[in-house]
Design a protein around this ligand. Structure first.
Ligand SMILES: [Zn+2]
Length: 193
């Protein structure tokens, strides 16, 4: 039930799901399942434990963010390599993290064999080119997925996120605090009049 809800959510809206189909098969520990003529999902054929490395990951630099890219710094975006990793869909209860600085795809928890491989898009994306309404079925579902910029700091802190996301979130909350302080100061001045 849950897994079919995930697939429907992914098929309808997940921005990193490919419109183009994979042209090369994944390694034996992975499987790409064909959901329809335009859509594939990535699954593992063996189990993993938290902290296990599922794959090495590289990124091919891309000039801008689009539905096919993953963000690797405040300004840089890459297309994932090897190609089969580009079919990893979003969930608000992810089972993997793309550690692009360590060039690893890391298991966040026990992953039974034949599970769909899912990551939390805002763990790398600050402001997404193509936001979507998530319907992943998780109790943790965040609804509108637009990137970490649009999530409360406490929500971002629930997840393992890339260093640039942590830094950007700190900068954003510092800016918000300053604005609130300035706003609060104005009110005090008014009430003193
Ligand atoms: Zn969700």
């Amino acid at each position: 039930m849950l897994s079919s809800a995930l697939h429907i959510a992914s098929r309808l809206q997940a921005p990193l799901s490919r419109r183009l189909l994979s042209t090369s098969p994944p390694p034996p520990s992975f499987n790409l399942l064909q959901k329809n003529e335009h859509f594939q999902t990535l699954h593992c054929t063996r189990s993993y434990e938290a902290g296990d490395i599922l794959s090495t990951v590289d990124g091919i630099p891309h000039p801008c963010a689009d539905r096919f890219t993953v963000q690797t710094s405040k300004t840089d975006h890459v297309v994932l390599d090897p190609e089969f990793l580009r079919y990893t869909n979003h969930s608000c209860s992810p089972n993997v993290f793309f550690d692009l600085s360590g060039r690893q795809l890391v298991a966040l928890k026990h992953i039974p064999a034949n599970s769909e491989i899912l990551f939390f898009y805002p763990s790398t994306e600050w402001s997404m080119e193509e936001p979507f309404e998530c319907n992943c079925g998780s109790a943790r579902c965040k609804g509108s997925i637009q990137g970490a910029k649009f999530l409360p700091k406490e929500v971002v802190e629930e997840y393992r996120v890339a260093d640039h996301i942590r830094v950007l979130k700190e900068e954003q909350s510092g800016q918000q605090r300053r604005e609130e302080e300035e706003g609060g100061g104005g009110e005090r001045e008014l009430s003193a009049v």
